[in-house]
Design a binder for this molecule. Structure first.
Ligand SMILES: O=C(O)CCC(=O)C(=O)O
Length: 193
């Protein structure tokens, strides 16, 4: 279903296809298939999307970060590629979040929490999907944007795309994985206030 609102490209959203090769994607998917991913339980209802956190975890109840299992070796080359793409030091990506979306799984409208830094990079594996963006402009008008995410592509959220726009992913049709890399704290001049 088409989104209602005035279409506007979010400032600070970058997107590139073919961040990795098909062979690299296949090798990663093989590793990820062995990973234990767990649903988020909200109000007693488990989400279809399942995740595994590395490096840094986030507790939505206490709104705090914690140290969790280190980023595994097999994700380090992907982290380096994500860092080259977004022009940051790979070591600044202290969190890697692996998300698995079986058919029908979504992620609802949100902004990434402020505990994380000014550059978020997501890499898509498996089936394609669409990432939706929305913000309310002065005067209350809704601004919207849709970014198709191809397998092996990367997106970066910086500036307004990171701090002002919300994003979501409507139900995927077939298995999709994403690996998102985040920094900790206020790492860019673009962060708010
Ligand atoms: O799967 C994705 O690429 C989006 C993930 C996301 O929005 C999040 O983890 O906050």
């Amino acid at each position: 279903m088409a989104m209602r609102g005035v279409v506007e490209q979010p400032s600070g959203l970058q997107y590139a296809e073919d961040l990795i090769s098909e062979a690299e994607e296949a090798a990663l998917l093989e590793r990820l298939a062995q990973l234990e991913v767990t649903p988020l339980v909200m109000h007693g209802v488990p989400s279809r999307r399942r995740t595994a956190h590395f490096g840094v975890g986030y507790d939505f109840d206490t709104r705090s970060t914690s140290e969790v299992a280190p980023i595994p070796e097999y994700l380090l080359a992907l982290r380096a590629a994500a860092a080259r793409f977004s022009d940051v030091d790979p070591r600044s990506f202290v969190e890697a979040l692996v998300s698995f979306y079986p058919p029908g799984a979504t992620i609802s409208w949100h902004k990434d929490v402020r505990a994380f830094g000014g550059v978020v990079v997501g890499v898509s594996l498996g089936s394609p999907c669409v990432m939706r963006f929305q913000r309310t402009a002065a005067g209350g008008e809704r601004r919207v944007f849709e970014q198709p995410l191809a397998p092996r592509s990367a997106y970066a959220l910086t500036g307004a795309a990171r701090w002002t726009w919300q994003h979501s992913i409507p139900a995927v049709r077939a298995d999709r994985w994403s690996v998102t890399f985040r920094q900790l704290g206020r790492t860019t001049a673009e962060s708010p206030r």
